[in-house]
Design a protein around this ligand. Sequence first.
Ligand SMILES: [Zn+2]
Length: 256
Amino acid sequence: MVKVAIGAGHGYNTSGKRSPAGEREWSFNNKVVTAAIKYLYEYQNVSVIRMDDPTGNTDVPLRTRTNNANNANADILVSYHHNANTGTWGSWTGTETYHYPGSSSGNALARAIHPSIVGAMGIRDRGVKSANFHMVRESRMPAILIEGGFMDSTIDIKKMRDNTVMDRTGKALADAIASYFGLNKKPSGNAYVEIVTDALWTYNTANWDDKAVIVNKGEVFTVVKDKFKVGNGYMYQIKSGLYITANPTYVRYYTK
Ligand SMILES: [Zn+2]
């Protein structure tokens, strides 16, 4: 089981830590972290230790955050932030990812994750950097601190105010973590067949002579019974109760 310690920097009410318009840094951090956790749980064999208060009410002390990650024997630590430069609007921009100076495992983790965040945010790549921050210093596992963009940037704030960008950045983070550990997706619920020939018979029973109705190219049906042998061929049962050939010349089978 891979254990990921992840947290949104600060709390909702932490002083400072606001955009020039008064938006809270934690709220932006929380959107990305919440999405990342949601998408991480689409993978097998992973558990999440959330280091901040998910309600935002408490600014969990940094010492408590790293203690929680260390005590849980987390495999990696990700602290998510948004930057500020002067606190008044400007045109600085970009994403940067920090690790502890001289930490090769932190550097490797940063290099594995950073390009995905840059891609999802769609702003300047300020690179992988090192700094003596508590979160990357006091953690006993590879640790990174991401600054997704600048809260006081007229460029970056547009991205941060766009929930689609926040969600896709969380997904990019989750997918990059999954790829770092080589995680596989959980098998999903449903299987489908799509008709790939112009017209195709369905069957009332699992019998090639018991023809029902014709279905057409492009139609998609939910599979309720996986491929099974009927005479010299194979059939699926679809949600309507009818049966259909499993021959890939006529149908495309996929899961989703
Ligand atoms: Zn911050």
